[in-house]
Design a protein around this ligand. Structure first.
Ligand SMILES: [Zn+2]
Length: 461
């Protein structure tokens, strides 16, 4: 019998245990942004390395970085066959307010068709599809390809350790292509390959005034107020029609072709579906574009937080106020250039007695991947094998910093083979993963390895 078939049969027989193991993995509060949980992140890495060894990846190990560790493993399954680098991340976002969770965030809990818990979808559940696909092959025969497994403990904080390692050059990461499952599909019946990610620019806009917080009674009416000036600036970031008002912001935005637009309108989620997930009618902005286009193919600017440093309380004029600005970028906008345009725009809006400043917190370039070629074709065929339908090709509005780093530093084809659903609630309370999609995801991974193996010795492109 076909080796992939044997692996699929094995996976179906062991699905209950696979889900139990995923629950165990969710049990580690591996929050990378919280230093108090450093040892939890490390315990999670050790668990994964041990798990990989137990399923047959004998040389699996934990790689130290200056931050959280990476988990690495390699197996030469088929001499002459291509090598797939399987990337996933085991770190998670903070759980937020515990009261908002119906079950404890770090205890995998089954309810109906869903597994609940922080990281269930992003990304522990999705990376586990590949681990269980590897096990299904190794328990029944041998891998049809060579693999490098790379599990990141710092994706949610920008993957600094991994990027440093890649910049130094590492033979241990040599591969012909990369597969990443950390994106979404529109519905369980509608798989999708993501071919574009927006870039991200995180800026902090600060306004400083009085040397310290001052009494609003003695000084109100005369002292310049950083918070009010900041509020004015924030209010002017968008024009009345909703477009971003910064001079030159749209200058480099590449218009998508009429053919691509027609395709995206046909396959992308309708406005009504997006409004339903958002729970509210659309904000104004970018007239003439569908909501799906606005959130994927067009840039956006969002104010996510406004705060004062002042300890002076509600009856004081704060000495400093700041706002966090989240900008999503599309081809061909450059993060550094947009940061500079923003800075210039702010400097032009000066107010007496106040100093405005812009600090660049983080910058991630946008990514666009080819939709044609042997690798996307192998991925599309794998979805067809497991889901029974061809996947659609979609743009994502999100950003995955490590993808542009892979593109820049390794320069090999990348497949974004997602299994998350829009309703999974990644990063929010009650995050969940749809178990039938988990099983189909792991079957997709099995078929993907088979399809890539079938390409044979020539370089897949
Ligand atoms: Zn993720």
């Amino acid at each position: 019998m076909d080796r992939a078939r044997l692996a699929v049969d094995y996976a179906r027989r062991h699905r209950a245990r696979f889900v139990d193991e995923l629950c165990e993995l969710i049990g580690f509060p591996s929050v990378s942004s919280d230093l108090r949980r450093k040892s939890d992140v490390e315990r999670c890495a050790a668990w994964l390395a041990d798990h990989l060894r137990r399923i047959g990846l004998a040389d699996a190990r934990v790689w130290r970085t200056s931050g959280h560790p990476l988990v690495w493993a390699r197996r030469q399954g088929a001499a002459g066959a291509p090598t797939i680098l399987i990337y996933g991340h085991y770190d998670v976002q903070p759980e937020g307010s515990r009261e908002a969770w119906q079950t404890p965030p770090f205890r995998g809990t089954l309810r109906g068709d869903h597994l609940y818990g922080r990281g269930a979808s992003d990304d522990k559940g999705q990376l586990f599809t590949h681990i269980k696909a590897l096990e299904s092959y190794l328990a029944t025969s041998e891998l049809p390809v060579n693999v490098v497994v790379l599990l990141d403990g710092e994706e949610e904080i920008g993957s600094p350790g991994l990027i440093k390692r890649m910049q130094q050059g590492s033979d241990a990461l040599a591969a012909d292509l990369i597969v990443i499952s950390d994106t979404r599909i529109p519905s369980p019946e509608r798989p999708a390959l993501t071919y574009a990610l927006r870039g991200n620019l995180q800026l902090e806009l600060g306004v400083s005034g009085p040397a310290r917080d001052v009494h609003a009674g003695y000084f109100g009416g005369s002292a310049p107020n950083p918070l009010q000036h900041l509020s004015g600036l924030v209010a002017r970031l968008h024009a009345p029609d909703g477009r971003v008002a910064i001079d030159g912001f749209y200058r480099r935005v590449r218009a998508i072709t009429p053919e691509e637009r027609a395709y995206l309108v046909a396959v992308g989620p309708p406005d009504s579906a997006i409004v339903k997930t958002q729970g509210s009618p659309p904000a104004r902005g970018d007239p003439g574009y569908s909501l799906y286009e606005r959130t994927t193919a067009r840039p956006g600017l969002t104010v996510t937080r406004v705060s004062t440093d002042g300890a002076g309380g509600p009856a004081a004029i704060p000495s400093r106020a700041s706002a966090r600005i989240d900008i999503r970028l599309v081809p061909d906008q450059q993060p550094t250039e947009i940061a500079e345009l923003f800075r210039r725009w702010i400097t032009g809006a000066r107010d007496e007695g106040l100093r405005a400043s812009v600090r660049l917190v983080a910058a991630t370039p946008w990514v666009e991947l080819p939709r044609r070629g042997a690798v996307p074709a192998a991925a599309a065929a794998a979805y067809q094998n497991a889901f029974g339908v061809q996947p659609v090709f979609l743009r994502s509005g999100g950003s995955i910093g490590v993808v542009s780093a892979f593109q820049r530093l390794l320069g090999i084809p990348i497949v974004l083979m997602g299994f998350g659903l829009p309703s999974d609630g990644a990063h929010g309370p009650n995050e969940k993963f749809h178990l039938p999609t988990f099983i189909r995801g792991l079957e997709t991974s099995i078929w993907f390895m088979r399809n890539i193996g079938a390409i044979g010795g020539q370089q897949p492109r």
